[in-house]
Write a protein that binds this ligand. Sequence first.
Ligand SMILES: [Zn+2]
Length: 73
Amino acid sequence: MTEYVMIPLTPAEADGRPVIDTGVSLVGKAGSDFVCAHCGRVMITAFDIAAMRPDMVYRCGTCRGFNGAPKIK
Ligand SMILES: [Zn+2]
């Protein structure tokens, strides 16, 4: 399982883009783990982020920070 750090976004950068609030943790069935770029907490677990639309914004349920999807190998 690979762990990625998300891309930090400002509220202005997130404006106008679709936002998912990950809550305590967004858990998928298979994929990678993603760490909030603002607070360092694992906010998405075992998730195939490449299946999501590329402009999606992920809002951390812990610090309320906005994150973008990192580049996946
Ligand atoms: Zn956070």
